[in-house]
Design a protein around this ligand. Structure first.
Ligand code: AMP
Length: 460
């Protein structure tokens, strides 16, 4: 991103400012006014890169994640292109496909806000609710449809939606759509969209299936890589707890009770895991709710509204359901289960530490998940602090062990008051029972195979 001021003269300073502004992107004044009322002062890097290319009419392949401002990166130029060429058709001109209802609603809200001075008509189409309201809106004629694939196909089959006049097609979070098994639906939908169109495909990750889809759908595309780098997460304090699988719930309760955790998004790998955790936390008097694909649409919306309004402070989510959740002032992200891959890690923890605020990301890594941690460490330019957690039942009198970390050491359950700095032992993974009280060993995280994982209990 262009930043800073020119040392040479006032003219260059003005030019820098202009290039780094929405005005410099040649957006029309109704759109600029809408952005002003949203309080956006300057474009994000993805907006700076993508908006001019889309305005030029290029197909775009964006490696982008939620949280980078990517919705505005495609919504703003599409609104402008549509309003420049005012074709009054009853049929849809811009079709956006999204994997989840939450994301679709959020994209719809963005089109509504950014296009509020343009008189564009939009509808969000998703399943799990009655179709009546959606079809009523469609009957009046529509410019923009944001849709999840299943309901869109339903309404197409019933004759409510015709895609003959689509000029702009966006596939958002394409990797998630494929993950969720939408590939055949997508192919059926795209087959009904005119070949002569402008297409944008966004995907946080680029597995081979996505490359193939991009190859099939895009025409001479320009790629924009707008993944947030790890260094863009510098406002997020990252800490990984090395913890036995069965001790994770205890550790979570301990952290919730000892840390000032205001508002936390907690990730589990499975829907069942999310429900189990909600039960366990509620039993401990910690009010929490889950959001995942097994919940009905109205349940998901209610849970999200409760979380946003801070009626509920702990939201347990799976990755799929969490896409599209955009909550301001999120103080903590907790990976109860380690994410699969550095992209997902970045994506999850990027939910906190936004807009200049600081955030904290805790990740709980069991021995089975060590490979996932290594993967994340390989991509991370930031040092991730590692903390060994030992539950009281497992190692009475001992504390958690800091491993190769420059963060202040944390102590385990029950040892907070007892442990003084002088007492703290630095021992390798699994050596804690051998090390006598007061024994001091400095062993880095990478050295831990000196005593193999699994020897902990035997050693005692
Ligand atoms: P997205 O990546 O599209 O989900 O956007 C993430 C968040 O950033 C949303 O809450 C947007 O409203 C917000 N946002 C998008 N562009 C800007 C901008 N230029 N300035 C400030 N906030 C923005």
């Amino acid at each position: 991103m262009l930043k800073g001021r020119c040392d040479l003269c006032a003219f260059h300073t003005v030019k820098f400012k202009l290039m780094n502004s929405f005005e410099g992107l040649h957006l029309s004044s109704p759109i600029l006014q809408a952005l002003k009322s949203k309080g956006y002062t300057e474009p994000t890097p993805v907006q700076l890169k993508a908006i001019p290319l889309i305005l030029e009419g290029r197909d775009l392949f964006g490696s982008a994640q939620t949280g980078t401002g990517k919705t505005a990166a495609f919504a703003l130029p599409l609104l402008q292109l549509m309003s420049n060429k005012a074709i009054r058709t009853h049929n849809v001109r811009t079709l956006v496909l999204a994997p989840t209802r939450e994301l679709a609603i959020q994209i719809g809200d963005s089109f509504r806000d950014y296009g509020k001075n343009l008189g564009m008509r939009h509808v969000v189409v998703y399943g799990g609710v009655s179709q009546h309201q959606q079809t009523q809106t469609l009957r009046k004629g529509i410019d923009i449809i944001v849709a999840t694939p299943g309901r869109l196909l339903d309404l197409m089959e019933q004759g409510f939606i015709k895609l003959n006049d689509v000029e702009f097609l966006v596939l958002d979070e394409a990797d998630r759509m494929l993950d969720m098994g939408f590939i055949h639906d997508i192919k059926r939908i795209v087959a009904k969209v005119p070949v002569k169109r402008q297409t944008m495909l966004f995907s946080a990750t680029i597995p081979s299936q996505i490359k193939k889809l991009a190859h099939d759908l895009l025409r001479n595309p320009v790629s924009v890589d707008i993944k947030p780098e790890f260094h863009e997460l510098k406002m997020v304090k990252q800490q990984v707890y090395l913890v036995e699988k069965n001790d994770k719930t205890g550790l979570l309760c301990q952290l919730i009770n000892s840390e000032p955790i205001g508002h936390a998004l907690i990730f589990t790998r499975t829907r069942r895991g999310a429900d189990k955790l909600v039960k366990a936390l509620n039993l401990k008097g910690i009010r929490s709710q889950a959001i995942h694909g097994d919940k009905s649409q109205s349940q998901r919306q209610r849970v999200l509204a409760d979380f946003k309004s801070k009626k509920v402070h702990m939201l347990i989510a799976t990755d799929v359901a969490s896409r599209g959740i955009d909550v301001k002032d999120l103080s903590h992200v907790i990976n109860f289960d380690m994410p699969e891959g550095a992209d997902t890690y970045t994506h999850r923890i990027g939910r906190t530490g936004r807009a200049g605020a600081t955030g904290v990301a805790f990740s709980f890594c069991s021995r089975e998940e060590q490979g996932l941690l290594k993967e994340i460490q390989r991509f991370s330019s930031e040092k991730i602090s590692l903390v060994k957690h030992i539950s009281p039942g497992r190692a009475a009198g001992d504390d958690s062990i800091r491993l190769d970390s420059d963060e202040p050491k944390r102590v385990g359950y029950g040892d907070r008051r007892n442990a003084s700095h002088g007492d703290r032992k630095k021992v390798g993974f699994g050596e804690r029972k051998k090390a006598g009280f007061g024994a001091r060993k400095r062993i880095g995280y990478n050295d831990r195979p000196k005593v193999r994982y699994g020897e902990t209990r035997k050693a005692g």
